[in-house]
Each structure stands twice: as structure tokens, then as C-alpha cells.
Design a binder for this molecule. Structure first.
Ligand code: HEM
Length: 368
């Protein structure tokens, strides 16, 4: 498609698929032309059924800029660095159980529980409710636009549960601040202005959803890459300094996030195709990340690839706010696996099912 129909209108999705790196990068960086404001171009949804719609992800400047400044005060690189020791501890505990059992299912035993525990601790969610949160996230994501009406119903219920949970948590933290992200968000201000309750809830839900499934799949997809390239595991064991580059290459090779949505504010052209204002664009990150015009030998997994300007975390003003946290979690998880699980790692020769989701790519179960 990148060669023959790089910009392709899909009557079923009522939108244009964008496949080339150059076009996807333009759509993400030229935010004055390609809007993220879903409410401006599609019928406004009920914020309780999809709180993400009222989050910064679907906003344009100047409001996006103000919100990003506000949340950046609470979600700082220093705060992420402070999490390092705790992430290591959680990873050790999870791998202790794996070593004791003598077998591993990567998603169930490490890639799933690690990010949800980290994000729940950041948000100040009690330990005993983590399973419930993971379930809400899974239900919400499986109820996306492509799902059956029943799954969409379950997804909406999960969204409602998250909204009411965070509304209560915000009330509690307003009355009695703790040393957590929610309390920091309540205090953050730009030009004398605080986040509204709706924006605060939208951001908490966004963190929970954006920070969970994506990081789970980065870890799972990295193991899949290493299973397909066993020589890379040996290379990483011998040279640990290659771990961060290997994770970037996994983000490129099996990108966890599939589609970014945008709407042109005026008539525009991508790869010679005219597109009208307000039409939906579906910019495909995994396709852009395999574009030979940008990445020589794009279909090869090369852990020392340099340069590697992949779009796995997006680009431009919406560039992933959680990228430093995701990179840190993945680095600690992979290094600890290399320390604790010697020998070769092989996924048994059984059929693997991709998770059923329009916007995220990963494997549902990954026995190792
Ligand atoms: C935005 C990917 C982990 C929070 C994004 C975007 C991408 C992305 C592609 C851009 C969205 C756009 O342009 O419309 C990923 C991947 C992750 C990951 C692949 C893991 C491997 C996280 C984590 C957090 C997080 C751990 C937080 C705990 C966010 C937020 C935004 C965002 C808040 C919105 C930024 C904005 O609109 O300005 N992410 N993400 N992400 N991500 Fe991540």
C-alpha cells in the first residue's frame, strides 16, 4: 500500500488511511493543519462514556499547550527517575514468582502487572483495587469502534466506573492531599488557572489507559522480536549497553500503537491526494515505521540501528508524555529478565493470537 496507494479512502471507516513515513510525520507535526480536536469534526460524544475525548490527546493549541504545561508540572522527569528503585522492586517480585514456578507467560507474569502496578502507585490507587483497574482498562479498550455492540456496552460501563472512581478520589485528595500524582495535579496551575474536574478525570483515565496496555505490549512485542532473533539475546547478554537501542528497535519493528487520528482544518494534499477539510485521517505508525524510504532494510530487526527516528511514541506537540516512564520500565524489565533467566528464550511453537483491538498491537498470551 505504501507504494501503490499511500493515501487510501476506506468507505467502511469513512476515512483516509495514511501509510508513508513522510506523510504520517507531516500529519503528526503540522498541528495547525491537522487537528486532534475530535469534537470539532465528529458528533460530540458523552464525556462519561468516553472520558478520553475530553483529555489533552484530543485537543489543539492553545488549550493543549496550557494543559500539557499543567500536567508536566506533576508528571516530571524527576518524578519518573524517582520511581526507578520501586520499578526494580516490583520487577524483582514478579520474576521471583516466575523463577519459583519454573515457567513463564510473559503477559500474565510480567508485562501485564508491571505497568498497571506502577501507574496505580503513581496515581495513588490502593493495591487491592489494581486487578479491577486492569479489568476496566481491558474492557474499555476491547469496546473500541470496531467491537460488537455488547463489547461496546461493556467498554462504556468500564468508562463510567473509571469516571466515578476518579471523581471520588479527587474529592478525597482535595480534602486531604497525599504525596501522589493526583494531589500534585490538583495543585498545578498555569496563569493562575487550575485543571477543571472534567479535565482532571480525563487525564487520570488517559494515564491509566495510555500507560498500561501500550507498555504491556512494548514488553511483549520485544520478547516476540527476540524470539524471532535469538542471536540478539546473546548480543544483549554480552553488551548490556545495547538494551535501550534494542527497545527502540522493538518500538519500530512491532509498534504497540497502530493508528493516530487527525482531521485537516482546510483542504490539503498528502502524496498528491487531495483531502477535504474535516475528513478523518488514520495515520498508521507501524506502516510508517517499516517505510524503506526512511529505514534501510526496514523489515529487519537490527538492535544497533542508527539513526532510528521511529514514530512509535508519535511526534510533535502530542509526543508521548509517558515515553521516559515506558522506556525506564521496559529497560528494567528486560535487564532483569537477562539477569534472572539464563540460557535461550524460546516461545513454544503454538499459534499466537494478536489482541483484538483497533488501536493497539500486541499478543494476548506469550508463553516462554
Ligand atoms: C501520547 C505511545 C506509554 C501517556 C502518546 C502518543 C503515542 C503514544 C503514539 C501520541 C498520540 C497523538 O499524537 O495523538 C505510547 C507507547 C507507550 C506509551 C508506544 C509505551 C510503550 C505511555 C505511558 C504514559 C503515556 C507509560 C503515562 C503514564 C501519554 C499521554 C499522551 C500520550 C498523556 C498524550 C500527550 C498529548 O496529547 O500531549 N503515547 N505511549 N504513554 N501518551 Fe503514550
Amino acid at each position: 500500500m505504501r507504494e501503490s496507494q499511500p493515501v487510501y479512502f476506506d468507505p467502511q471507516m469513512q476515512g483516509w488511511h495514511i501509510f508513508r513515513y513522510e506523510d504520517v510525520a507531516r500529519v503528526l507535526t503540522e498541528h495547525a493543519t491537522f487537528s486532534s480536536d475530535r469534537n470539532r469534526f465528529t458528533p460530540a460524544g458523552d464525556p462519561n462514556s468516553n472520558p478520553i475525548i475530553s483529555s489533552m490527546l484530543f485537543m489543539d493549541p492553545p488549550r493543549h499547550h496550557q494543559l500539557r504545561q499543567l500536567v508536566s508540572q506533576a508528571f516530571t522527569p524527576r518524578m519518573v527517575a524517582r520511581m526507578e528503585a520501586r520499578i526494580q522492586e516490583i520487577t524483582n517480585d514478579l520474576l521471583d514468582k516466575v523463577v519459583a514456578k519454573g515457567e513463564m507467560e510473559v503477559i500474565r507474569d510480567l508485562a501485564g502487572p508491571l505497568p498497571v502496578t506502577v501507574i496505580a502507585e503513581l496515581l495513588g490507587i490502593p493495591t487491592e483495587r489494581r486487578e479491577e483497574f486492569k479489568q476496566w482498562c481491558d474492557d474499555f479498550l476491547s469496546g473500541d469502534g470496531n467491537a460488537t455492540p455488547e463489547a461496546q456496552q461493556v467498554g462504556m460501563q468500564a468508562a463510567g466506573s473509571m469516571v466515578s472512581y476518579f471523581n471520588k478520589l479527587l474529592e478525597q485528595r482535595r480534602a486531604q492531599p497525599h504525596d501522589d500524582l493526583v494531589s500534585a495535579l490538583l495543585q498545578a496551575e498555569v496563569d493562575g488557572e487550575h485543571l477543571s474536574s472534567e479535565e482532571l478525570v480525563g487525564f487520570c483515565v488517559l494515564l491509566l489507559l495510555a500507560g498500561n496496555e501500550t507498555t504491556t505490549n512494548l514488553l511483549g512485542n520485544t520478547i516476540l522480536c527476540l524470539d524471532e532473533h535469538p542471536e540478539a539475546v546473546e548480543q544483549l547478554r554480552a553488551r548490556r549497553e545495547l538494551v535501550p537501542g534494542a527497545l527502540e528497535e522493538a518500538l519500530r519493528y512491532y509498534s504497540p500503537v497502530k493508528i493516530m487520528l487527525r482531521w485537516p482544518v482546510s483542504e490539503t494534499t498528502l502524496s498528491d491526494q487531495r483531502i477535504e477539510a474535516g475528513q478523518t485521517l488514520l495515520a498508521w505508525l507501524p506502516s510508517a515505521n517499516r517505510d524503506e524510504a526512511q529505514f534501510p532494510n526496514a523489515d529487519q530487526f537490527i538492535i544497533e540501528r542508527e539513526p532510528n527516528r521511529h514514530l512509535g511514541f508519535g511526534r510533535g506537540i502530542h509526543f508521548c508524555l509517558g515515553a521516559p516512564l515506558a522506556r525506564l520500565e521496559a529497560k528494567i524489565a528486560l535487564n532483569t529478565m537477562l539477569d534472572r533467566l539464563p540460557g535461550s528464550w524460546r516461545v513454544p511453537d503454538v499459534p499466537l493470537s494478536p489482541i483484538n483491538n483497533l488501536s493497539v498491537f500486541g499478543i494476548a498470551k506469550l508463553p516462554l
